[in-house]
Design a protein around this ligand. Structure first.
Ligand code: 13P
Ligand code: SF4
Length: 317
């Protein structure tokens, strides 16, 4: 339930949005109160597409830093605000540009496909960016004999490699949230709820992917629960997505897949959860913290993102 002070912040946020011609873009992993005040809620791909095409002067990004950076790269003329600059990503942090340059040198002659969960510097070193919504299709859009270097997520990389049977070398990075799911706890839940379907984000490890009824990006998981005929789902991705699942179909049951650490009940991305209504209020009021990227970096990182957007558009994604 919303308390009085959060109601006050929400009223002010709505007023300032109009006054400043600002929009709030929120990822599905944000808390439900933030998702409910956002102008647009989506997965990484949809948020990038929205950032590239809107009439606002200010984009306030309720998500993590790589997402806000992508918005700035796609809309450099706009002010892009992130309510907490510490909202990083363990996966993006697992690939530093000095190490990545060495990896590229050790694996020459390969097309570099980089997951959007990466820093602007890593994007600038890449040929094409992908998200979990379009990664398989982007790889498949390349000639069969094209050699690929994929970074930074090893689980998504292996998932794509198995699906497409392409020659891929994969950076050894991972997300601390998606690698934390307990296969034993998921199987126990399945035993207790035999009709439940196990739905899994491709950033999860192979044993969890192997028991999945469906694997997909956050928006694909959401779409699956909408169109599928089961009534119960064990959801192996960040728990924030369940808010939209319940909004779309409140008659179904959504059980968060438990992490290995049984002291916490469900899996939360601590970086995503750094964003709060109060921080959004302060950020919009003071118009900071702002995402600033130098022009040269914007030009270099924009090219592979635009290539992704063009391929996605062509494929109707
Ligand atoms: P999506 O691309 O499915 O939105 O996932 C983003 C993410 O950070 C997954 O951990
Ligand atoms: Fe990064 Fe993992 Fe959080 Fe997604 S869930 S933003 S990959 S740390």
């Amino acid at each position: 339930m919303k308390n009085q002070s959060s109601e006050k912040y929400i009223t002010e946020i709505q007023r300032m949005k109009v006054e400043k011609n600002a929009i709030i873009l929120a990822h599905y992993y944000q808390t439900s109160d933030i998702q409910d005040i956002a102008d647009f809620v989506g997965d990484s791909l949809a948020l990038s597409q929205k950032a590239a095409a809107n009439n606002a002067d200010i984009i306030l990004f309720a998500g993590v830093k790589f997402m806000a950076e992508t918005a700035k790269i796609l809309a450099p003329e706009k002010r892009v605000l992130l309510p907490d600059l510490m909202a990083g990503c363990s996966l993006a942090d697992s690939c530093r540009d000095e190490d990545f340059k060495i990896f590229i040198k050790e694996n020459p002659g390969r097309t570099i496909i980089t997951y959007v969960n990466s820093t602007a510097e890593i994007k600038a070193l890449s040929d094409i960016i992908c998200t979990s919504s379009n990664a398989v299709q982007i790889v498949e859009s390349l000639p069969k004999n094209e050699k690929i270097l994929f970074a930074p997520d090893r689980n998504l990389g292996n998932f794509i490699k198995n699906k497409t049977d392409r020659d891929m070398v994969i950076w050894n990075g991972s997300c601390h949230v998606h690698e934390e799911f307990s296969i034993e706890a998921i199987l126990k839940l399945k035993k207790e709820n035999p009709d439940a379907k196990i739905i899994v984000h491709p950033e999860c490890e192979l044993p969890v992917r192997m028991i999945a009824d469906f694997i997909g990006s956050t928006s694909a998981l959401l779409k699956f629960t909408k169109t599928d005929n089961a009534n119960c789902y064990i959801v192996a991705t960040e728990v924030g997505i369940i808010h939209q699942m319940k909004k779309e179909n409140s008659n179904k049951l959504y059980i968060p897949a438990p992490p290995r650490d049984s002291t916490c009940g469900c899996s939360e991305c601590s970086f995503m959860k750094l964003i709060t209504i109060e921080k959004i209020y302060n950020c919009l009021k003071n118009e900071k913290p702002e995402i600033l990227i130098d022009e040269d970096m914007i030009i270099k990182a924009r090219k592979p993102i635009l290539r992704m957007m063009q391929i996605s558009e062509k494929l109707g994604l």
